[in-house]
Design a protein around this ligand. Structure first.
Ligand SMILES: [Zn+2]
Length: 171
């Protein structure tokens, strides 16, 4: 109940049962992979994480807002979660997996049918589905995947610039 990366939270079950009904077979919470992905589809070289917007700091999402008390504690804790997510996704992608993140806010009653149908297309079709629907949902998932890449390069860039003196401008 209080697990941070819960197993069998309702949103994970929602995604898994949909994919199962569509005929996909997968491993769940596979401990061999970083982050114990919720859904692993070896046949499609695809891994799906179903992320709660609060715990995984979904950027720009109205379901993610910092608690009003213990702000430092929560900021540090959630940033750690977030950075760990990015590192895990990067490691999986480096091993040849396609990583898809489905966010809690994409699974509201109003949004879930479209999102789940698109997820199936993403898995089976091997595309990110962008352009086929043009919905706001596709922007957020594509944006997140892109962000993992960006953040990796930003990380090395920023550590360089912290070491360099303030006067030495960009490189
Ligand atoms: Zn969200």
């Amino acid at each position: 109940m209080s697990h941070i990366r819960g197993t069998n939270t309702s949103i994970e079950v929602l995604v898994r049962s949909y994919l199962f009904r569509r005929g996909l077979r997968f491993r769940k919470n596979d401990k061999r992979y970083p982050g114990h992905p919720d859904v692993v589809l070896p046949k499609y070289h695809t891994i799906v994480f179903v992320n709660g917007c609060f715990w995984h700091m979904h950027e720009g999402c109205n379901k993610h807002s910092m608690p009003k008390s213990n702000v430092e504690f929560w900021t540090a804790k959630l940033m750690r979660n977030h950075e760990r997510d990015l590192a895990q996704h990067a490691a999986l992608e480096a091993d040849g997996w396609r990583v898809i993140v489905v966010w809690e806010c994409e699974l509201t009653k109003a949004a879930r049918d479209e999102r789940l149908a698109r997820l199936y297309d993403q898995i089976v079709g091997g595309t990110d589905g962008a352009g086929s629907t043009g919905s706001a949902g596709s922007v957020s998932s594509a944006g997140h995947e892109g962000f993992a890449e960006l953040d990796k390069s930003a990380e090395s860039a920023s550590s360089d610039s912290f070491i360099g003196s303030a006067g030495s401008a960009e490189r």
